[in-house]
Design a protein around this ligand. Structure first.
Ligand code: DGY
Length: 320
């Protein structure tokens, strides 16, 4: 019987046979995540933790146990106190790369749905309002030839740019640094300050990590700079956009529409005023939710977990 103990905070869409050869595995079987106090108890008796972005892995939780490894089934890890883990020499794994295309595809699904008012049109039709063809019914802006502003230009931002080329868009990006000219030329993108991007873009799409640096990066001031006909897409992290500012921007005509797959907090409270707006599409954090991608993410997280239990370097390690 393996001696290592592992806790997995949700059922995964893959088999656990390989992991079970090296550890005793307990899986949280409920649909809702384990409450924090349950996790705090569990962590005292395990060597490896496989967690999701819904689990708060903070300093207190990390200090409570003797973990050998923390492995997250996501590329983002803003729910984990990596500094506290590093201080205890606990490697933290994540799943970069495998969800890039699925998330970029979904960004486009949202962009096109918001521009061409797909969700509103569906509601319109289902409520029996479709009486005839009308010249000005549910009009939206052109996507082809428009200016796209990409905020954050890592893997996913670049994958979004690759797709935008097919729509003959002018593509601007704002990022913490400028990429080399070869990459810029091959993608047909131009590096600009965020202010300029906001002033010139018809679509603004967010691809930054969630962190102290990007917290409420989009507040009143940024919406004030945007075009009144602009559309904002967020498939990154809800914390990047101040929800009160977003509400004001969408109701005061600062921007035309938005489509967000992530909110602050998550899930969005049922009484959020944002849920009353027709010019906002909200989806439940499903950017990476293709069957193939979710299975690859789970496999990668298991590989990281096994490496950590063995004391090997994680294939995809977050710690410096
Ligand atoms: C991530 O991986 O960080 C996404 O938000 C969920 O797939």
């Amino acid at each position: 019987m393996p001696e290592a103990q592992v806790f997995i905070t949700r059922q995964l869409p893959v088999g656990l046979e390989q992991l079970q050869q090296v550890a005793n595995v307990e899986v949280w079987a409920e649909r809702q995540p384990p409450p924090y106090d349950v996790l705090l108890k569990k962590v005292k008796a395990i060597d490896g933790l496989l967690c999701l972005l819904t689990d708060r892995i903070d300093e207190q939780l990390i200090a409570a146990g003797n973990l050998k490894v923390i492995s997250q089934v996501a590329v983002g890890y803003d729910n984990i106190d990596v500094a506290a883990a590093t201080a205890k020499r606990i490697p933290v794994g994540h799943t970069p790369g495998v969800l890039t295309d699925a998330t970029a595809d979904f960004t486009w699904a949202l962009l096109m749905a918001a521009a061409r008012r797909v969700v509103e049109a569906d509601r319109f039709t289902r409520t029996g309002l479709w009486r005839t063809w009308e010249p000005d019914l549910l009009l939206g802006p052109n996507i082809t030839g428009a200016t796209l502003g990409i905020v954050g230009f890592g893997r996913i931002g670049q994958a979004v740019a690759r797709r935008a080329k097919g729509f003959d868009m002018r593509i601007l990006y704002a990022s913490t640094y400028q990429w080399e000219p070869e990459l810029e030329n091959s993608l047909g993108v131009k590096f600009v300050p965020l202010e300029q991007l906001l002033q010139e873009s018809d679509f603004v799409t967010l691809h930054t990590p969630g962190s102290d640096d990007t917290y409420h990066l989009f507040s009143d001031r940024q919406f004030d700079l945007m075009k009144p006909e602009a559309i904002l897409i967020n498939t990154a992290r809800g914390t990047v956009v101040d929800p009160d500012s977003l509400y004001r921007a969408l109701t005061n005509g600062k921007i035309a529409a938005a489509a967000v797959d992530v909110t602050e907090p998550e899930p969005i409270p049922n009484d959020s005023p944002l849920l009353t707006l027709d010019n906002l599409i909200i989806t439940p954090h499903i950017g990476s939710a293709s069957r193939q991608t979710r299975s690859k993410m789970a496999k990668m997280a298991i590989a990281n977990l096994i490496a950590g239990l063995r004391g090997d370097r994680l294939p995809d390690c977050v710690n410096p």
